[in-house]
Write a protein that binds this ligand. Sequence first.
Ligand code: NAP
Length: 281
Amino acid sequence: MKWGQWGAQLNQTQMSTLIDECYDLGVTSFDHADIYGAHTTEAEWGLAFQTSSLKREQIQIITKCGIMMPSPQMPHIKQKHYDTSQGHVIHSVENSLRNLKTDYIDMLLIHRPSPLMDPNEIMKAIDLLKKSGKVLNFGVSNFTTSQMLLINSASDVNVNQIEISLFELSAFLDGTLDYCMLYDIIPMAWSPLGGGNLFSSSSSVELLAKRQRLNDVAQKYNWSLDEMVYLFLLHHPAHIRPVVGSSKLERIKVAVDCTHRIISDAQWFEIWTAATGKDVP
Ligand SMILES: NC(=O)c1ccc[n+]([C@@H]2O[C@H](COP(=O)([O-])OP(=O)(O)OC[C@H]3O[C@@H](n4cnc5c(N)ncnc54)[C@H](OP(=O)(O)O)[C@@H]3O)[C@@H](O)[C@H]2O)c1
């Protein structure tokens, strides 16, 4: 999301090099959406991947559909809305395949739950896409437990990509992660570093106090802040997969290194307590 126009604006050579370097670190899954970079990043990444040293089968591509976002690339979209109709889901995947320069998507996600979505309609699209080999696995993003129950009634859901960070802890308590564990669904955590809020300056007294508490815990264990977040997320028994948003190799490496390390339950609660500002009852 942030390698292209919505962030670092890497050129094709920089993006291609970063893809290769990620692979060398052990990162093989790349997260996209049709709308990233106002509908430009998939195509930029597709060209960059072509000039990387990797073969398609060495990596997994995730992409998303369903948000109809006005942009210069999509002048026919006048009003931001959601479309999870069979026709749109299939059309969007075909567009993503062209942009990403691939024959198949490893994991297709419905980007946002629509109040108008009909699970049977979505499933008809997914069945056709799976039968044609264009989509291998299906998942959702930003779905609540009841929305997952609804969609899971029509088909197998493999992933729910949701916001989880030290700024957004609801998934731990509202049943979202419980549901994932119960039905073997992979929870992916988007904006694990709060989209960078963990580091950016702020005039909010509350945010500064929270950051001070988090810094105190990090310093006590000699962790960097990002390291502390990844260790916290990776410790959870639902096997949360953080979606790393950085465009800098050394920061991506911090996340990868954390997959080989563990913290204690007591340390997890120390981070939780710093994030919430309250002792657990
Ligand atoms: N499903 C959804 O609805 C949804 C929504 C939002 C995002 N996503 C996905 O989740 C991914 C991650 O989200 P995100 O990009 O918001 O993630 P994030 O990892 O929370 O934040 C990434 C941002 O933090 C900055 N950053 C990282 N480490 C830093 C450090 N040590 N010091 C200062 N700045 C630092 C990065 O800048 P640098 O590049 O300079 O490191 C980047 O701008 C996205 O790329 C996208 O694929 C999905």
